[in-house]
Design a protein. Structure first.
Length: 152
């Protein structure tokens, strides 16, 4: 089994509602290793690139405006089967379909404000991590005195 990395964005709706710590805690409590973390403001260019697959959708303008309202928090996470595990913890994109106990199930108000973005595939994760983190902003380190139960 190989360790993977993935990207999570804490979106402006969650920033406005002061949920940064709650969301990060969900990943940490599950034993997922944070290897990169930063706050940034998404530019129009960055939104267009990140959500290029939605550009033709009628709601794209709303997404663009929403993602530029406040900064976002970009998180690089690492672990075994991490893309799938993070998607499971995040819950369904549509909060009405997200199970209770998932991040979106517990905190999302609407599809537009579904609080987090999580990479969908390993390939997507690699591309997105390069989009949001520069060389030297994602770290490799050994945990000290911590058993990584999630990776056993």
């Amino acid at each position: 089994m190989q360790r993977e990395r993935t990207l999570v964005l804490i979106k402006p709706g969650a920033i406005q509602r002061e949920l940064i710590g709650e969301i990060i805690t969900r990943f940490e409590r599950k034993g997922i290793k944070i290897v990169g973390l930063k706050m940034l403001r998404m530019t129009e260019k960055l939104v267009n690139e990140h959500y290029a697959h939605l550009r033709e959708q009628p709601f794209f303008r709303d997404i663009k405006l929403s993602m530029m309202e406040t900064p976002v928090v970009a998180i690089a996470l690492e672990g075994y089967d991490i893309v799938r595990r993070v998607r499971t913890l995040s819950g369904a994109t549509n909060p009405r379909e997200a199970a209770p106990g998932t991040i979106r199930g517990d905190y999302s108000i609407s599809i537009r404000n579904n609080v987090v973005h999580a990479s969908g595939t390993i390939e997507e994760a690699l591309e997105e991590l390069q989009r949001f983190f520069e060389e030297g902003e994602v770290f490799s380190y050994q945990r000290i005195n911590v058993m990584d139960f999630a990776d056993e």
